[in-house]
Design a protein around this ligand. Sequence first.
Ligand SMILES: [Zn+2]
Ligand SMILES: [Zn+2]
Length: 288
Amino acid sequence: MNEVTQSSSNVYEVFALRYATHDTRRSGENYLGDDPHDDIAMPLDFYVWVIRGNGRIVLVDTGFDATTAVRRGRRYLHSPIALLGELGIAASEVDTVVISHMHYDHAGNLSEFPNATLRVQEAEMTYCTGRCMCHEAVRRPFEARDVCAAIERLHSGFVVFTNGNEPIASGIDVHLIGGHTAGLQAVRVRTARGNIVLASDAAHYWDHVRTGRLFPIVHHVPAMLDGHRTLMDLADGPDHVIPGHDPLVRTRFSHWNGHPDIVMLHEKPVEHTGIDRDKGGPETKEAR
Ligand SMILES: [Zn+2]
Ligand SMILES: [Zn+2]
């Protein structure tokens, strides 16, 4: 683990902003091929993440809006734009929007960020505009209007495609993971406590990484399992991998100004994840 103390000039603050939630059950809804007897409540939280420092404001994912929340039966807590406002960040100040993948809960609200350049994997744009979308089951987590908004941004000259692993800024880089969608990317950020990795849907819950299990929306099973390992390799420790939908994010880290839904990921956790990398990575004995 690299718990280096770095100068404030080359590190970032990173906040997880919880904007919505959904009451899900562990069995079937959150684990691929799970035992139906293992059916307990396991809520799914929805986050966007903002990276601030070195004159940059980078938003990782843009969430969905209230209309989409009603249509899809999600409980909307705040608009992501309002949460940014509580941190003193105007949407117009966001210079870069990194879209982890184009699912509805990650790629809405694009028009709210008029000055931002969009960074999305070319493979993801190909995926969400191509033949895979002929299948209703595959396109269900996408909103056509979000895809259209991204295409409009492209034709306005405000999209820069990423291909594989690339720097976004000094101390911020993206990594193509795939697995969940064809072009899902995770984001690694340098903070005062070391490099953290915003996994987005490369790991919905820490428990997926710990046990080598999968969320049921899968494009490619081996790529998703390889992705868990990649996340661990990129991060400076298990506590540095931040899952995309886990309610435990709000109990394992401190909150900004006591706000219930603004979490400081650049601060050391108050509770550890319980993942032991030394036992051979994500696939623990328990999973085998
Ligand atoms: Zn997703
Ligand atoms: Zn998601």
